[in-house]
Ligand binder design. Structure first.
Ligand code: AMP
Ligand code: ZN
Ligand code: ZN
Length: 312
């Protein structure tokens, strides 16, 4: 396999783009793809400060590296969830630390859930009523990302979701015709409240194998373990289905996702009346001030309140 640009030895073939590239040209190509998406969806500009949510995994660290190389103003945030099994949270944090150190000490902060709120996420989910670990974890991460972005005045929060992640969610939502989720699934979620930063996914047009290859070629060290609690079986199953489709028909995965975005722009979904209503119905949580549709406390504060009630 030869590089389509220089004729050298290709390290990766991307049949969906009919493109084979050597290491040198691949690491030039990836940031160009990301830049294109950032502009196409007006994610952020070089005058804005971007908070990169880094998990220590390949996608978010690759994303951070690309944004730094492209000259964007970034800072990282790592949320230490207190997952002690396999020292998962400590090991992940160590990869973030090493990354920052290797990149002229790019600034990042660590939010340690146990230190700041008193319980780790696994402890929280054991004590808490009703919430399963992964959903409590998602809630905690979203809350903390919003809080840090608001306190630090960041214009946007960037996450490392790639095309495979987005296509798997899309397939799941389509199979259930989740019209609300389908309407909101997008590379950019605009801010709907002054306390909620815009959310962006600049890797959404790259396949997972491409972000993995990028991290490897660039020598980024990342945590290879999956979260020991992850109930990702469903997502993995949908990813496998999509990869089977891809094997039969190159580009199927990319078309499924990108054509969905295009169809949406062309008006596939009528705006939901409830959407507009719920946006105006955002109130500030009585305890933490974050926007919520609930009457008094946001879901995050309710989670902790339940626990205090339990301890009394
Ligand atoms: P996941 O839901 O674990 O696939 O993660 C999706 C994205 O969320 C990652 O690419 C990161 O940008 C972000 N993320 C996940 N876990 C953390 C964490 N512990 N701290 C900061 N950001 C995270
Ligand atoms: Zn080349
Ligand atoms: Zn709250």
């Amino acid at each position: 396999m030869k590089c389509d640009i220089c004729g050298g030895v290709a390290v990766i073939g991307m049949p969906q783009h009919r493109l084979n590239l050597c290491a040198e040209h691949f690491v030039e190509w990836v940031p160009r793809m990301v830049e294109r998406v950032i502009r196409r969806y007006a994610m952020f500009t070089r005058d804005e400060r971007v908070l990169v949510a880094v998990s220590g995994g390949k996608d978010s660290l690759a994303l951070w590296e690309i944004l730094i190389d492209l000259g964007y103003q970034t800072e990282g945030v790592y949320i230490h969830l207190g997952i002690d099994h396999d020292a998962y949270s400590d090991v992940s944090q160590e990869h973030v630390r090493r990354f920052a150190e290797g990149h002229a000490d790019v600034p990042y902060r660590v939010v340690d859930v146990r230190q700041e709120y008193g319980l780790s996420v696994p402890e929280l989910s054991k004590t808490g009523r009703g919430k399963r670990l992964c959903s409590a974890c998602g809630l905690v991460k979203r809350h903390i990302m919003n809080r840090i972005a608001y306190e630090g005045g960041y214009a946007a929060i960037a996450t490392g979701h790639n095309l495979d992640d987005e296509a798997a969610v899309l397939l799941q939502n389509t199979l259930h015709w989740q019209s609300g989720y389908l309407r909101r699934q997008a590379p950019v979620l605009p801010s709907t409240h002054p306390r909620l930063a815009r959310k962006v996914k600049p890797l959404c047009n790259l396949y997972e194998r491409e972000t993995a290859a990028y991290a490897l070629v660039k020598g980024i060290s990342f945590v290879e373990l999956e979260c020991p609690h992850a109930t990702r079986a469903t997502t993995i199953f949908y990813k496998e289905l999509l990869n089977k489709l891809e094997g039969r028909s190159r580009g199927a995965k990319m078309q499924f996702y990108l054509h969905f975005l295009k169809a949406k722009e062309e008006g596939l979904f009528a705006p939901e009346k409830a959407d507009a209503d719920s946006e105006t119905a955002l109130r500030e949580c009585r305890q933490c001030g974050q926007p919520t549709t609930a009457e008094e406390l946001c879901a995050f504060c309710r989670l902790w309140q339940n626990i205090e009630a339990h301890h009394d």
